[in-house]
Design a protein around this ligand. Structure first.
Ligand SMILES: [Zn+2]
Ligand SMILES: [Zn+2]
Length: 192
């Protein structure tokens, strides 16, 4: 599926506007385009179009629209759905005005997937002069100890809920919405 990252950004923006987004989530490999699975997914996508009030087509700055998307647009128009087009620049990490405006619209994504220090648990702190404690995910941590590493605030919260280890910073989402400079490791580990 082309423009999948751009679709995720548009989906996030529309969701923030309290709109229900029915986007495709299954990417079919190039060699499986003629498979039964692909046909079933196409059918499912038509069902999603039946449910929706309007269709937002995400494309690149050149306006590329692939064959199956054309079929879906024709179907939506036949069924009197409003069709809108969104041209999105590819979310690479190499600067550019278009990209920075894209990042502006992803402000709340940035805030969620921000860099945060991994503090040791209060029980593991051996320094008796450390008194500052904070609670997160139902556990107590030492705020005076140096962070043991860096993780993503949003992804770490999900990981804790599912009893996984918190992922390292930057997570996959952070890589999309932060600049290369912001992602670069710094001597002091960077600002939170
Ligand atoms: Zn994250
Ligand atoms: Zn400590």
């Amino acid at each position: 599926m082309k423009f999948y990252d751009q679709m995720l950004l548009v989906a996030a923006e529309l969701t923030r506007q309290s709109q229900i987004v029915l986007m495709p989530f299954c990417v079919v490999a190039e060699q499986d385009q003629d498979s039964e699975q692909k046909a079933a997914l196409d059918l499912l996508h038509f069902k999603k179009i039946d449910l929706c009030e309007r269709v937002v087509v995400v494309t690149d700055e050149a306006g590329y629209i692939g064959e199956s998307t054309r079929r879906e647009i024709a179907y939506a128009e036949r069924n009197h759905h409003q069709v809108e087009y969104r041209a999105m620049p590819a979310p690479t990490t190499d600067g550019g005005a278009a990209l920075s405006s894209l990042r502006d619209t992803t402000g709340s994504v940035r805030m969620l997937h921000r860099k945060t220090g991994v503090s040791p648990r209060a029980d593991d702190c051996t320094d008796p002069t450390h008194e500052d404690r904070f609670e997160r995910y139902g556990e107590e941590f030492c705020a005076d100890c140096a962070p043991m590493g860096w993780t993503c605030a949003a992804c770490a919260a999900i990981a804790r809920d599912e009893h996984h280890m918190p992922p390292d910073w930057p997570c996959a989402t952070a890589k999309l919405v932060y600049t290369e400079d912001e992602l670069a490791p710094t001597v002091d580990g960077g600002a939170e």
